[in-house]
Design a protein around this ligand. Structure first.
Ligand code: 5RP
Length: 229
């Protein structure tokens, strides 16, 4: 593979499935260009004869599962043994920014429900403090202007942008809008999360805490596990 970044994503996606997925398991499959490789690897294992089932974090991931031959079952129709997903940022305490692909709500549901949640990233996602990547916030469309005004009141220096795709307002699989909120460096992500969640109309915030059981990250052509600070 000629693109080194894509090769890194493939390496870490494959490694997560090979290290954490065993025959018979129900696997939570994430969304995005890194999770793509975990979905592909799961498909290869199914094609090789292993009985695996998946719950999916998005319609896009469900489509890939169909393409790769991974059986998809409804969320919580059985316990999820392990969930594997990418992230937009990983802080030293393994708190995460997620939702760059707009799937944060279902990703969090599956991460919470899974016995183990494995995060897969290339080293460009590792940060000292969250906030380099704008925080995605899922908002019920009717309340968008209200939520934007509340965020401006609470965080006067933040810049919020409604996500647009193909020239039209982006909608999540839940039919909601995404506000990408550039706060700059976030020294207190839990505080920011609490303030945002308290605004009427906010469904969820792409900040994840205390959910990851391991973070696999590419390094020096291999895959290592980040040590939690
Ligand atoms: C989707 C996500 C993704 O995990 C995150 O955006 C990382 O994606 P990629 O692996 O494509 O960089 O949270 O909602």
């Amino acid at each position: 593979m000629s693109d080194p970044k894509e090769a890194a994503k493939r390496l870490v996606g494959f490694a997560a499935v090979d290290r954490y997925v065993q025959a018979g398991m129900c696997v939570g499959l994430g969304t995005g260009t890194t999770a793509y490789w975990a979905i592909k690897r799961t498909g290869e294992r199914v094609a090789a004869g292993e009985k695996l089932e998946a719950v999916v974090t998005s319609a896009a991931t469900e489509k890939l599962c169909v393409e790769f031959g991974v059986p998809v079952i409804p969320f919580m129709s059985r316990d999820i043994d392990v969930a594997i997903d990418g992230a937009d940022e990983v802080a030293p305490d393994w708190s995460l920014t997620k939702g760059g692909g707009g799937a944060l709500f279902r990703e969090k549901a599956i991460a919470i429900a899974a016995r183990r949640f494995i995060v897969i990233v290339d080293d460009s996602k590792v940060v000292d403090q969250l906030g380099r990547f704008p925080t995605p916030v899922e908002v019920v469309p009717f309340t968008l202007s209200w939520v934007q005004r509340q965020i401006a009141d609470q965080f006067p220096t933040a810049k919020t942008t409604e996500r647009v795709r193909d020239g039209r307002p982006y909608r999540t699989d839940n039919g909601n809008a995404i506000l990408d909120c550039a706060f700059g460096s976030i020294p207190d992500p839990r505080g920011v999360d609490a303030v945002l969640k308290a605004i009427h109309g906010v469904l969820d915030v792409g900040l994840f805490f205390d959910l990851a059981h391991a973070v696999l990250c590419t390094a020096d052509q291999g895959v290592g596990e980040l040590v939690k600070a």
